[in-house]
Design a protein around this ligand. Structure first.
Ligand code: UT7
Length: 363
């Protein structure tokens, strides 16, 4: 049978410090009721460590679940929109941390669609025989680019990491079909200009520019239509109907977006993985974290049709359809945790509040 990329290991890393809706009530003019009703989010992780630390924990957990050693990996792909620095890439920094010396490594930026783009890329490279065992990571420290005086954005996003190991299989399982799309013309609906080279070399970071610019309701519409259309195209290519889908693992941006998109597809809520309440929107990390939770909860069985779908900045969208392989319980467990911290969420966000305060003082 055709050689395909199939998931054989998974893991996630959730920061221990949480920003709850009650905390947000102290920072911005909002309420637990509004946030819960409009987004489904109750708390989000705010990382006290760097992206590499989050990625390392998720990666080692995924490797242990796959029963593999770091030396077995021949490619590392990190999907992120918040790399620590641009060069070396986040993937190379992670490679060094892991000591995965047999692996090529590169980053992939498709914002919140990054993990789906990564799944498509990794499985295609496996199909083509370029790679046999890929470590695919989604890792984000989004709080760095948020403005915690802005109620429109601060309530949505969280930090975290998730990872999978994808291996070659000829048993009929793996990624069956993909759909990737983008519309750069709509890119202005979600922009954070912080981490790039645009502008003068002497330019200082300033709170007027270096924050997420965001048209929430417009993004909402693009997201619902984008995910529905993308899943339909991917399913058509796989010659699978929406009724045959056992689990949709969507990007966790807003519970109402997930509900609207999957309702249009005719996929019942019990076949949709939603874990946004505890993590918020963690961009490229959200799907692998949701996938890990789905497996931990026993929601995926051998042979299941599992669909990943996402939309995000760019704007971008994408979906993959896969038939799950035999691995549904981890082979092993990694003995790794993030370093503990005594910091409160307000301690971690203190510099952010200080940086953005002048913007809000001047209206
Ligand atoms: O991964 C991709 C990233 N992007 C997204 O996921 C964003 C997609 N968009 C959304 O999730 C939603 O559009 C939001 C959650 C951002 C906003 O929800 P909405 O239902 O579209 O609300 P809205 O922006 O239309 O605002 C409704 C009302 C407004 O008040 P008025 O004009 O009706 O009096 C807002 O000022 O709610 C107000 N509002 C808030 N109230 C309390 C907006 N944000 C808040 C808030 N707390 N945090």
């Amino acid at each position: 049978m055709k050689r395909r990329g199939t998931i054989t290991g998974w893991g996630k890393c959730v920061p221990p410090v949480k920003l709850t809706n009650a905390d947000l009530e102290q920072l911005v003019d909002t309420s637990d009721e509004w946030i819960t009703e409009r987004t489904g989010i109750q708390e989000r992780g705010i990382s006290h460590v760097e992206v590499t630390d989050l990625a390392e924990v998720a990666a080692l957990r995924a490797l242990a679940a796959a029963g593999l050693a770091v030396d077995d990996i021949d490619l590392i792909v990190v999907a992120t929109v918040t790399p620590e620095i641009s060069c070396p890439s986040q993937a190379c920094t992670l490679q060094e941390r892991l000591g995965a010396w047999n692996a090529g490594a590169f980053d992939l930026n498709a914002a919140c669609s990054g993990f789906v783009y990564g799944s498509s890329t990794a499985s295609s490279m496996i199909e083509a025989g370029v790679a046999d065992r890929v470590l695919l990571v989604g890792a984000e420290k989004l709080h760095f680019v948020m403005d915690y005086w802005d109620r429109a954005t601060s309530i949505l996003f969280g930090d975290g990491a998730g990872a999978v190991v994808m291996e070659a299989s000829t048993a009929g399982d793996g990624v069956l079909a993909h759909d990737l799309g983008a519309d750069g013309g709509q890119g202005k609906t979600m922009v954070f200009p912080t981490l790039g080279t645009r502008g003068e070399i002497l330019r200082e970071r300033d709170p007027w520019t270096d924050r997420l610019h965001f048209e929430g309701p417009n993004v909402f519409k693009i997201a619902v239509r984008g995910m529905e259309g993308s899943v339909r195209r991917a399913l058509e290519r796989a010659e699978i109907s929406p009724e045959e889908v056992n689990l949709v693992v969507p990007h966790q941006a807003n519970a109402r977006i997930i509900d609207a998109a999957t309702r249009r597809l005719g996929v019942p809520p019990e076949n949709v993985m939603v874990n946004i309440a505890n993590h918020g929107n963690s961009a490229a990390a959200s799907i692998p974290m949701a996938l890990s939770d789905a497996l931990e909860q026993g929601r995926i069985a051998e042979g299941d049709i599992v669909v990943q779908t996402a939309f995000g900045g760019g704007v971008t969208w994408g979906s993959t359809v896969m038939r799950w392989g035999e691995r549904t319980t981890p082979v092993g467990k990694a003995d790794i945790e993030l370093p503990p911290t005594d910091l409160t969420v307000f301690d971690i966000l203190a510099e952010n509040r200080q940086f953005f305060a002048p913007y809000h003082a001047d209206g």
